[in-house]
Design a protein around this ligand. Structure first.
Ligand SMILES: Nc1nc2c(ncn2[C@@H]2O[C@H](COP(=O)(O)OP(=O)(O)OP(=O)(O)O)[C@@H](O)[C@H]2O)c(=O)[nH]1
Ligand SMILES: [Mg+2]
Length: 377
């Protein structure tokens, strides 16, 4: 296809991961268990728990269900995202308290943060800080993340300063830019809300700052506070709004229990607490959005499948998610929106009616596209 042999291809990325972060006893593991088990009931996808703290969770998607209803494949495979259950953090973690550094290293690995904040009272579950105060709890966690970032940036600045001393003019600019970033972090502003000046951009990207990651707050509320969530959840939502962060309120223990029930019993349970639907699908969809992923679909004779792709993914990159051969031998992509395909009833009908477009390798895949890749090996 006119490509020089041996040209390096962009690496096919592993699926993106979200870390469950929060104080001890916030309900992270309870929520993780609900996610990894509740997820299994969403579709036929055989979810894998790679280790007890890392799970693939299927993403519920009404568009995929609509396609499946019309196309009647043998298998329906949803997109998945990874959740990592991270050990609880305590005040002083950035100085090595509790599980300190190990905890922070795990957060550095993830692409986005689901910050679980305790909003339930239960006499038998100890509160690390003595009383219930979700906004304070959230701020303790954020302060630790910011302190760790401040240290990372200070170290990078010191390294740049050493290079500047040996006469590197660019390093001098980097020092100045890093200094300004440090000042912003020191006032408690998360890195995601600070502009990084060009000379320091690459350095900062490599630091993988903890407060640069997108955040979704989960208010873990008591069953008695459902359906609205209560005053504590409201306070936390206000904090999330101030930060421009995502927010979901749910009761983790109830969500975990729902996974053990028959569909009928689960419905009755939800009704009893005044909920129209469980909270997990909402949380998973919000998490998916937090990662800034779009979904494209593939249709084979016996399988309809959803694939996650970072917004802006091109057709040739999307092909590479499925198979490196498809990427290497990419010829073209045949594209139709999911709604149009549902209306047409089958890919064949869609082709006959001229409803399928032909796109080249640089086509940017849109959310909801159904794509057939043509490739030559
Ligand atoms: N009443 C109530 N209890 C909950 C809820 N979620 C969690 N718990 C209880 O809170 C305790 C701590 O929950 P975990 O899920 O282990 O908390 P964690 O955040 O993983 O804690 P660490 O791993 O120590 O950081 C357990 O006894 C849970 O049963 C909830 O929604 N309602
Ligand atoms: Mg835990």
């Amino acid at each position: 296809m006119g490509r020089a042999a041996g040209t390096a291809l962009p690496p096919t990325r592993m699926s993106l991961a979200l870390g469950l972060v929060g104080l001890p006893n916030a309900g992270k593991s309870t929520l993780f268990n609900a996610l990894t088990r509740g997820g299994a009931t969403v579709a036929s996808y055989p979810f894998t728990t790679i280790d007890p703290n890392l799970g693939h969770v299927p993403v519920p998607d009404p568009r995929l269900e609509a396609l499946a209803r019309v196309l009647r494949p043998e298998r329906v495979v949803p997109a998945t995202i990874r959740f990592i259950d991270i050990a609880g953090l305590v005040r002083g973690a950035s100085k090595g308290e509790g599980l300190g550094n190990r905890f922070l290293a795990h957060i550095r690995e993830v692409d986005a943060i689901v910050h679980v904040v305790r909003c339930f009272t239960a006499g038998d579950v100890a509160m690390v800080e003595g009383d219930l105060n979700p906004v304070r709890d959230a701020e303790i966690v954020e302060t630790e993340l910011a302190a760790a970032d401040l240290e990372s940036v200070a170290r990078a600045r010191a390294a740049a300063a050493t290079r500047a001393k040996s006469g590197d003019a660019h390093a001098k600019e980097q020092v100045a830019a890093l200094q300004r970033l440090e000042q912003g972090l020191a006032t408690g502003t998360p890195a995601r809300r600070l502009a990084v000046e060009e000379p320091a951009r690459e350095i900062v990207r490599d630091l993988r700052l903890l407060t640069a990651k997108p955040v979704l707050y989960v208010a873990n509320v008591g069953e008695g506070d459902l359906p609205a969530g209560g005053a504590h959840a409201r306070a936390l939502r206000a904090l999330a709004d101030r930060q421009g962060a995502g927010f979901v309120a749910l009761a983790a223990r109830l969500e975990a229990e729902l996974g053990d029930l028959s569909e009928e019993d689960a419905r009755a349970y939800l009704e009893a607490v005044g909920l129209r639907e469980p909270g997990l699908p909402r949380l998973i969809q919000a998490s998916y959005a937090l990662l800034d992923l779009v979904s494209f679909f593939t249709v084979l004779s016996n399988e309809v499948r959803a694939w996650p792709a970072p917004r802006g993914t091109t057709a040739v990159e999307a092909a590479g998610k499925i198979h490196t051969d498809m990427q290497r031998g990419f010829v073209r992509a045949e594209v139709i929106g999911w709604e149009a395909l549902v209306a047409q009833g089958s890919l064949q009908a869609a082709r006959e009616h001229g409803a399928v477009r032909v796109e080249g390798r640089d086509y940017v895949v849109a959310d909801g596209d159904v794509v057939t890749f043509r490739f030559a090996v």
